[in-house]
Design a protein around this ligand. Structure first.
Ligand code: ADP
Length: 233
């Protein structure tokens, strides 16, 4: 629901950027939409977007990135396309939303680039950090959920959905093992931001766990303590 349509929404100073990460089929979109629904019911101004995408230009770039007709794409070309899509999304859409105090939930963000183009494609980590910083204007996520599933489970869930693999999903097991190593390293390096969750848990269990973590973060960003919510008599 667009953040701007509501007048009595709960606002978070500087906004709150929440990202979902993990390999395909790990449950990012299911959890992103469950969380958005819950927060909307609580009158937070919430916007959900997927990466690459979220603006007309970024969606066009998405089509190029995922097109199986472009198997020849060079790793550096892939990196710049992802960053181009992100730069547009951030300046046109996310930055104004965050400035207005909204909660933005992103299905993939900068950590995807570190994991896929850094660890998966083995591009230079320092350069990726810089490129990510430029594209997201140094506005990094406040909370990230890494939903960890085995590659075999990703294949099973995709088969169940009878979904055709896109260009990225055509990659082999070794590539996704490097991506998973990347995600684990990101989570290990930044435990205050990244919640490394077992994506094999049930949808409901994960949804509840995620909600508790997010509520705590939102309360802290809004300066709400137990005492302000339940003042002593
Ligand atoms: P992603 O966005 O990460 O690609 P989705 O949220 O689209 O993944 O989920 C892919 C499939 O896996 C869907 O059919 C979804 O219902 C199923 N799924 C998601 N989370 C779980 C889970 N925790 N346990 C079992 N199945 C799940």
């Amino acid at each position: 629901m667009p953040a701007t349509e509501h007048t009595e929404m709960l606002s978070v100073p500087g906004g709150c950027l929440i990202t979902f990460e993990g390999i395909d089929g790990c449950g990012k979109s299911v959890q992103a939409s469950a969380l958005a629904n819950r927060l909307s019911r609580e009158k937070y101004a919430v916007e959900t977007v997927r990466e690459p995408g979220g603006t007309a230009l970024s969606e066009k770039i998405r089509d190029i990135i995922l097109d199986r007709g472009h198997m020849e794409m060079a790793p550096a070309a892939e990196l710049f396309l992802y960053e181009a899509a992100r730069a547009q999304l951030m300046s046109q859409h996310l930055a104004p939303l965050l400035d207005s105090g909204a909660v933005v939930i992103c299905d993939r963000f900068t950590d995807s680039t570190t994991a896929y183009q850094g660890y998966g494609r083995e591009l230079d980590a320092g350069f990726i950090r810089q490129a990510n910083g430029v594209a997201c204007r140094d506005r990094y996520p406040d909370i990230t959920f890494y939903l960890d599933i085995p590659w075999e489970e990703s294949l099973r869930r995709r088969a169940r959905e009878r979904r055709d693999a896109d260009r990225m999903e055509m990659e082999q097991k070794a590539f996704f093992q490097r991506v998973k190593t990347g995600y684990a390293a990101i989570a290990h390096a930044d435990p205050g931001r990244v919640n490394h969750l077992d994506g094999m848990r049930s949808i409901e269990e994960l949804e509840n766990k995620i909600y508790v973590i997010v509520r705590k973060k939102l309360d802290s960003l809004r300066g709400v303590t137990d005492e302000t919510e339940n003042p002593r008599p």
